[in-house]
Write a protein that binds this ligand. Structure first.
Ligand SMILES: [Zn+2]
Length: 325
């Protein structure tokens, strides 16, 4: 029922449903087989619904409705973590933005990420989480030993963990280079609801190449984010070469030398991740970068220049669609 129907009649054709363009790729085939294997090993991200007794205890637990709902959605694997969105075909890095060491699955993000494990251990429940398992299995085991009061506390802490993950700030960064070889940067910062917190552009001058300009833009964006007081940052770029250089973190090109600069700023942030987004998802930052060539250095707090209002509104409705899907 949710399949979008084309307005112009088209011939039926076979498609591969696991890539955005419908064409098979070896990578998507490998990922599919890997998920199937995890599924048979009981580590699937999509899980059956809860037994009715567990479901009743969950909904009667002494916790706010939003906390109970978060627990329920976690059991169903229905919270939009990176791995879940990646598995649905969204072009983003599935790595956990907190620790950068594992895929951001539901059970990793809410229970087993090292930083989250420390939270559970320090909580009133004193949970010591060791054996990694899917969230639903963990929850069913927890129900067997927890009274209603402990269950209520568990759901409230779970909700706090989920909210703290969403406190991350999303920065889009972009660079542009004009015909004379002069570069300019743009960046826009949003919270997890897509609301704009700040926007900025900066004229840089002559640059070596467009990729170098992107790396310089990343370095500038990190300093801007730090100056504005953001400490949990997901930086998004449409430059895949920059993301590759960030991941390898050891090359010797001029690009790598700027990336190493960026590494130095890491200690400023509690959480930092660099994600690749398609160019269509980076329009606002691109527009700001172009603006820098005529306007020089500008900063906007909780607003954007008039040229960006339409783009930002489109982005917010797109992100609202992702969240509700
Ligand atoms: Zn993690």
């Amino acid at each position: 029922m949710a399949l979008p129907l084309p307005m112009v009649p088209q011939r039926d054709t076979c498609i591969w449903p696991l890539t955005p363009d419908g064409f098979y790729s070896t990578k998507s085939g490998y990922q599919f087989l890997q998920r199937e294997e995890e599924s048979s090993a009981g580590m699937a991200s999509t899980v059956p619904s809860l037994p009715s007794t567990a479901w009743k205890r969950l909904w009667k637990a002494p916790a706010l409705p939003r906390c109970r709902e978060t627990g329920w959605r976690a059991c169903l694997g229905a919270l939009p973590f990176c791995e879940v969105l990646h598995a649905r075909g969204m072009d983003l890095d599935p790595i956990c933005p907190r620790c950068q060491a594992a895929s951001e699955t539901v059970h990793h993000a809410l229970l087993f990420c090292p930083m989250v494990k420390a939270t559970w251990f320090a909580s009133s429940l004193g949970l010591r989480l060791q054996q990694e398992q899917v969230f639903r299995d963990f929850f069913l085991q927890f129900l067997q030993v927890a009274d209603d009061e402990a269950l209520g506390s568990f759901l409230e802490i779970l909700y706090a963990v989920w909210c703290s993950r969403n406190d991350l700030v999303f920065n889009d960064t972009a660079a542009t280079v004009d015909q004379a070889g002069h570069g300019g940067f743009g960046f826009i910062t949003r919270n997890s609801r897509g609301e704009v917190l700040a926007a900025a552009c900066s004229y840089y001058g002559p640059v070596l190449s467009p990729t170098t300009a992107e790396a310089l833009s990343m370095r500038w964006s990190m300093t801007m984010a730090a100056d504005l007081g953001f400490r949990k940052v997901v930086l998004e770029t449409d430059c895949s070469l920059l993301v590759d250089a960030w991941k390898r973190n050891g090359g010797c090109s001029y690009l790598d030398s700027i990336v190493r600069d960026c590494n130095v700023f890491l200690s400023i942030f509690d959480v930092f991740a660099l994600l690749f987004v398609r160019r269509t998802g980076n329009c606002a930052a691109d527009c700001l970068a172009s603006l820098s060539l005529s306007q020089g250095d500008c900063v906007w707090i909780e607003e954007v220049p008039p040229q960006l209002i339409g783009i930002v509104q489109t982005d917010v409705s797109a992100s609202a669609t992702h969240i509700s899907s």
